[in-house]
Design a protein around this ligand. Structure first.
Ligand code: IDP
Ligand code: MG
Length: 150
């Protein structure tokens, strides 16, 4: 099923110059980029975005981390985009992530795991609405689509 999912390159990913590498991996996979912008996340937005983790031991540190510098927010579209992005990112803890995934290839610590991707279609919709206005999301045809989606 054609899906749209939300991806955030966290401040460590931007600082370490991994934006191009990460975008390249999703493009190579065949996913279609439909929205992209750089965002300095406020404390209020971080707390709403990570509301499900409120009260956990790592919550304060997580808010501090994700507000510590500019991030890159994106929406990617394609067949099974939610699962495809999660697989391409790897497990939350880079130590447990499979080699070849973004978190394994570029991370060492769960507190600096470079990237976020929505865990379900519902989360994707909620997160997309937090970061993008409808007019910032672009629908367009790609001539290569018939060679990607079969
Ligand atoms: P996910 O990003 O793979 O969906 P979640 O469990 O939703 O993982 O956690 C959200 C984010 O919170 C993680 O990506 C990571 O940055 C941070 N986090 C999760 N667990 C820990 C922890 O035990 N210590 C520090 N940070 C954590
Ligand atoms: Mg999550």
């Amino acid at each position: 099923m054609r899906e749209r999912t939300f991806v955030l390159i966290k401040p460590d990913g931007v600082q370490r110059g991994l934006v191009g590498e990460i975008v390249r991996r999703f493009e190579n996979r065949g996913l279609q980029l439909v929205a992209l912008k750089m965002v300095r996340i406020s404390k209020a937005l971080a707390e709403e975005y990570y509301a499900e983790h409120k009260g956990k031991a790592f919550f304060e540190g997580l808010v501090e981390y994700v507000t510590s510098g500019p991030t890159v927010a994106m929406l990617w579209e394609g067949d099974n985009a939610v699962a495809v992005v999660r697989k391409t990112m790897g497990a939350t803890d880079p130590v447990k992530a499979e080699p070849g995934t973004i978190r394994a290839d570029f991370g060492l610590s769960i507190g600096r795991n470079v990237i976020h991707g929505s865990d379900s279609l519902e989360s994707a919709k909620r997160e997309a609405a937090l970061f993008f206005r409808p007019d910032e999301i672009h629908a367009y045809e790609r001539s290569q689509d018939a060679w990607i989606h079969g």
